[in-house]
Design a protein around this ligand. Structure first.
Ligand SMILES: [Zn+2]
Length: 296
């Protein structure tokens, strides 16, 4: 059986509180926190040197930690300006190079805004940019790096579940990054019942097939939202007001035999909350075993 992995997006406050300082110490920290994934943050630009990336990758491997990389936030695959779309391909290429250097396989990308044009036009532009980005990766020897377009939290951003799945259809290597907190924020609390969560898994499976559904990438955090724009701020698991809850996701991962990478983006407690999700997942496995024994 393939493994489900849990880890933080960047470092929790506890990283420095525990006396850690350097990038090379991240794998030891993640391991100490009981986790086995880590998303390296390049939101403000890809600045890590080949040497540091190699060292991080070597240590991550030693500790059994799977790395992924968050590409720059200023990528805009749907920009109405051609120059910005072409620059975005270069940023994706830079991200792929850094990911390759650290032994990461997945780069997570925001596809852009759709505030100036219709959603359909924005999606068409983003699909075109995605095709060029995949080609650029192939042409530069990064065919093994998988771009993961992310579901976004603000209403005027491209990145509904449907839009992300459409982008993933460009190439069979593309994987959706399902940010459940974002989907909940942009639908003003639409993820409540088990059925709401199950529908996401069903849509992934219907549109991309079962093997890609099973290996999806995920961001998870509780997110404050407003009734107008959607996402407002990332919270921690101590939030009881905005949600969403992870338990239904854990249950669906077990029932559908998925092996995703789940990255926690809580504000400051992302490693601690990632561990809490790992425990919820283990509980879901126990529940499955109980169900099977009563059925026998
Ligand atoms: Zn993101």
């Amino acid at each position: 059986m393939k493994m489900v992995r849990f880890g933080p997006a960047g470092n929790s406050d506890s990283f420095t509180a525990m006396g850690f300082k350097k990038t090379a110490q991240i794998p030891e920290y993640v391991h100490k926190m009981g986790l086995n994934a880590y998303e390296y943050q390049c939101g403000r630009g890809v600045r890590i040197s080949t040497e540091s990336a190699n060292e991080l990758g070597r240590l991550a491997k030693e500790y059994g930690i799977q790395l992924s990389l968050h590409a720059p936030y200023y990528i805009s695959m749907s920009s109405i300006e051609e120059e910005k779309r072409l620059n975005s391909i270069q940023y994706i290429l830079q991200s792929a190079r850094a990911a390759h250097d650290m032994g990461a396989e997945r780069i997570i990308v925001h596809s852009g805004s759709c505030s100036k044009i219709s959603r359909e036009e924005a999606l068409a532009l983003a699909i075109d940019t995605m095709k060029l980005a995949v080609k650029a990766l192939d042409d530069n020897g990064y065919s093994h790096i998988r771009i993961c377009p992310e579901t976004m939290g603000k209403v005027n951003q491209l990145g509904t579940l449907d839009e992300v799945l459409e982008l993933c259809k460009v190439d069979e290597r593309l994987i959706p990054c399902i940010d459940f907190g974002h989907l909940n924020a942009r639908t003003f609390g639409g993820l409540k019942s088990y059925k709401d969560f199950a529908a996401i898994f069903d849509q992934m499976e219907n549109k991309l097939g079962s093997s890609r559904m099973k290996e999806f990438h995920s961001h998870f955090s509780k997110i404050e939202y407003t009734q107008k724009g959607g996402e407002k701020a990332h919270l921690t698991f101590s939030d009881t007001l905005f949600g969403p809850n992870f338990e239904p996701v854990a249950d669906l991962i077990v029932r559908k035999n998925c092996s995703p990478i789940i990255i926690c983006e809580s504000a400051g407690t992302q490693a601690e909350d990632a561990y809490a999700m790992k425990e919820m997942y283990e509980k879901a496995i126990e529940n499955q075993c109980k169900r099977q024994t009563t059925e026998e």
